[in-house]
Design a protein around this ligand. Structure first.
Ligand SMILES: [Ca+2]
Ligand SMILES: [Ca+2]
Ligand SMILES: [Ca+2]
Ligand SMILES: [Ca+2]
Length: 717
């Protein structure tokens, strides 16, 4: 018995009814609130319908909360303690203030699960239109989440205080084994029928049942068969029908889907009518991408449906309803063929290696490109999504890939800064590299000629796959290095201001001529430190060639003189007309220098060449060359000399000065003889002319001409 106004908070007393009534228990509100009317309604529940009470519901319909009004406390029955609060509280919909708990009943097992259910009225909801709630019972407790709320407005318009009272027992006036309950409202009692609950089975099959993985040019077509079977749930009512509207989403877990019904469409919608206990099926054909991004993980196709019970003509238009808890969205995987033996586990055995296609160095400035040849082999079972990757140094740019064997697709990202690496990744025979198959391909990188590399650069290659297991014998990682050399463009040139020619007379001893031999070194490309060796002939036989015996070249250090290979120099000079280090003692100079790009350096060999040494040759008239030479030395482990004539030997030059020796003729005697002879002829000639009167007559005539023409000019007499 409820005493809702007991001490303003309410109370419930449990008493034995009989000849000697006695009060057994006083039940105070578990969450006391003044004016909550705890005990306004009470209701016992026999969950399992065994005639022994299991629960006691006690309502507090004016229990106030910010967004609700009314609570129902669930108490459990215990043989010794009678009733005690179970901890479960039932509440109505949030946002409604409708005196939830104004009526309580447990009239029937409404959902047919074998456990009694509970009705709770909230007659003031929706401005006094009212509503009722259904809570489902279980073996020991009531599910605190209501399974259904029936608003009076949805039953019949104009109702007031729907749910103010509830029938404590259920009826079956329609004799269809579906229970009816009576709900009171102001001036009307409504009989609510329970609807027939339907179970629905979904079945999806594929043809073919697996996606073939053999390589084929034909598109992969598959048929998805979707079947539904509807059956009554804990009743045997026949003749019920429903509409099922379903949607299929292919490869639903992927953003980039691998299957489609029509180009670019992964969705398919279908609606059908279904009766009881009869499987209804439909087939839907779709396409699967030929070359699949991922042939390891199945296509997970999703099926979502809605169920709409249709009114039954034989049962006063009652509509079947879907059993709560049936999943309306299900996933149906379509697997790929595996072919990995009886264990269905694919263990690949990948062997990978690479080399630099015969190059021993990277020659920066000479080689435009470097090729990397990659070998991949699978000696095990199928390898899925086999992925090769190669990291390469900064300064190389990915150009292309050429496959010699197998299907390979690569992408590459060059390094943006020194110290980091570019990476080329290649999919090998996507999606499956089968057992005992190989791939061989060349990756080409261009070499930026302005780049500076380390002296040795390292390439690192790895291969991997989507397989969970690799064989122990797999070779999945390789690292290789290659030396880097830089092309140098450097020229040794005889400077144009060098002395071309000097001459001496054979008879004059110890005359001197100034000679300039100038070497020009031009560096056209990268900064380079080098050494120039200059050899200058300084002594022939036992005579010095230059008057300044210790010749110097600014910027150079003089080293030990080098002796000639030839001792019989006269014959050699006569034949070859050259005075160089093979016949003369040469001073050797070593000149260290660093030149920046486009910088030049001049080395001057300047001095007076004296004639004394020439006499030893015994030549009285000859033309020969005085030859200094220069050669370049540099770090050959780091640099490669590059010349356009493809003779990539170190540059050298000869600086020649032509030396001419001629014999002087004795002119005095000859000239004196000629003059005497000449004068004699002239005297004889003059005498002859005088005798012939040439001078006299000519003179006389000139005088006469002058007298006859005084105006002709100033004439003195
Ligand atoms: Ca019971
Ligand atoms: Ca039930
Ligand atoms: Ca009925
Ligand atoms: Ca296997």
């Amino acid at each position: 018995m409820g005493a809702p106004r007991h001490k303003h908070k309410g109370q419930v007393t449990v008493s034995r009814i009989g000849n000697t009534p006695s009060k057994l228990q006083e039940l105070d509100p578990p969450k006391p609130q003044i004016g909550s009317y705890f005990g306004a309604e009470v209701c016992v529940v026999d969950l399992n319908n065994d005639s022994t009470t299991d629960l006691l519901l006690v309502s507090a319909p004016t229990y106030m909360e910010p967004d609700r009004e009314g609570k129902v406390f669930v108490c459990s029955f215990n043989q010794n303690l009678y009733f005690s609060f179970s901890g479960t509280v039932l509440e109505g919909m949030a946002g409604q203030r409708g005196r939830f708990g104004s009526s309580l009943a447990s009239p029937a097992d409404l959902n047919g699960d074998g456990f009694m259910d509970v009705l709770i009225g909230a007659p003031l909801e929706e401005d006094g239109q009212g509503s009722i709630y259904i809570f489902n019972g279980g073996p020991y407790q009531i599910n605190p989440t209501y399974s259904q709320r029936i608003a009076g407005s949805s039953v019949q318009s104009g109702l007031r205080f729907f749910g103010i009272s509830l029938s404590q027992f259920s009826l079956d006036q329609s004799r269809d084994k579906l229970r009816e309950v009576a709900v009171g409202s102001m001036g009307a009692v409504l009989l609510l029928r329970s609807r027939p609950i339907m179970n629905l089975q979904t079945k999806v099959t594929y043809n073919p049942s697996k996606i073939p993985t053999s390589e084929t040019d034909q598109s992969l077509r598959n048929t998805m068969k979707v079947c539904f079977t509807m059956s009554p749930y804990r009743h045997s009512i026949t003749g019920l029908t429903a509409n099922i509207n379903y949607t299929i989403i292919l490869d639903a877990k992927r953003q980039k889907y691998r299957a489609y019904f029509s180009p670019k469409n992964r969705f398919h919608n279908y609606e059908m009518n279904i009766g009881i206990n009869k499987e209804i099926c439909n087939s839907h054909t779709f396409e699967i991408d030929k070359i699949l991004e991922d042939a390891l993980n199945p296509l997970s196709n999703q099926l979502t449906f809605t169920f709409e019970g249709l009114p039954s003509a034989t049962l006063q238009n009652i509509k079947p309803i879907l059993l709560p808890g049936i999943k309306t969205t299900t996933e149906h995987n379509l697997d790929f063929e595996i072919n990995c033996g009886d264990d269905n586990i694919c263990i690949d055995d990948l062997r990978m290696d690479f080399n630099f296609s015969g190059s021993t160095n990277i020659e920066v400035g000479i080689m435009q490109e470097i090729n990397v040849t990659v070998f991949v082999e699978n000696r095990g079972e199928n390898s899925y999504n086999t992925l090769f990757s190669l990291s390469y140094p900064f300064g190389l740019s990915y150009r292309r890939i050429i496959s010699k064997q197998g299907r390979v697709e690569c992408v590459s990202l060059d390094s943006e800064q020194k110290g980091s690496f570019g990476v080329t990744t290649c999919q090998i025979s996507k999606p499956i590299l089968k057992g005992n198959s190989q791939a061989v391909f060349h990756i080409t990188y261009s070499i930026n000629k302005e780049s500076t590399f380390d002296q040795k650069v390292t390439f690192t290659a790895t291969i991997n796959s989507g397989n969970d297991q690799h064989s122990q014998t797999s070779e999945l990682f390789k690292e290789k290095s290659i030396d880097v050399k830089y092309a140098i463009y450097i020229a040794l040139i005889r400077h144009e201001d060098s002395t071309l020619h000097i001459n001496f007379t054979a008879q004059k001893r110890d005359t001197e001529k100034t000679v300039k031999q100038i070497l020009k070194v031009e560096n056209d490309f990268r900064e380079l430190s080098f050494k120039v060796f200059i050899r200058v002939p300084v002594m022939l036989g036992d005579k010095f060639i230059w008057s300044n015996k210790s010749i110097q070249i600014p910027g150079c250090v003089k080293q030990r003189d080098e002796q000639p290979v030839v001792t019989d120099f006269v014959e050699v000079i006569k034949k070859g007309r050259m005075v160089n280090c093979s016949v003369a003692v040469c001073a050797k100079f070593s000149c260290d220098k660093t030149l920046m790009k486009n910088e030049r350096k001049l080395y001057n060999i300047t001095g007076n060449v004296s004639s004394g040494w020439i006499e030893q040759t015994g030549l009285r008239a000859a033309v020969f060359q005085l030859v200094s030479s220069a050669s370049l030395d540099y770090d050959k482990s780091k640099y490669v000399f590059f010349s356009s004539d493809s003779q990539q030997t170190a540059p050298s030059v000869q600086i020649n000065t032509q030396v001419e020796v001629y014999e002087e003729v004795n002119l005095t005697k000859e000239i004196a003889g000629s003059v005497v002879g000449g004068l004699l002829v002239l005297a004889l000639l003059t005498a002859a002319l005088y005798k012939a009167g040439f001078f006299k007559s000519r003179y006389k005539q000139m005088l006469e001409n002058a007298e006859q023409s005084p105006e002709a000019g100033p004439v003195t007499q």
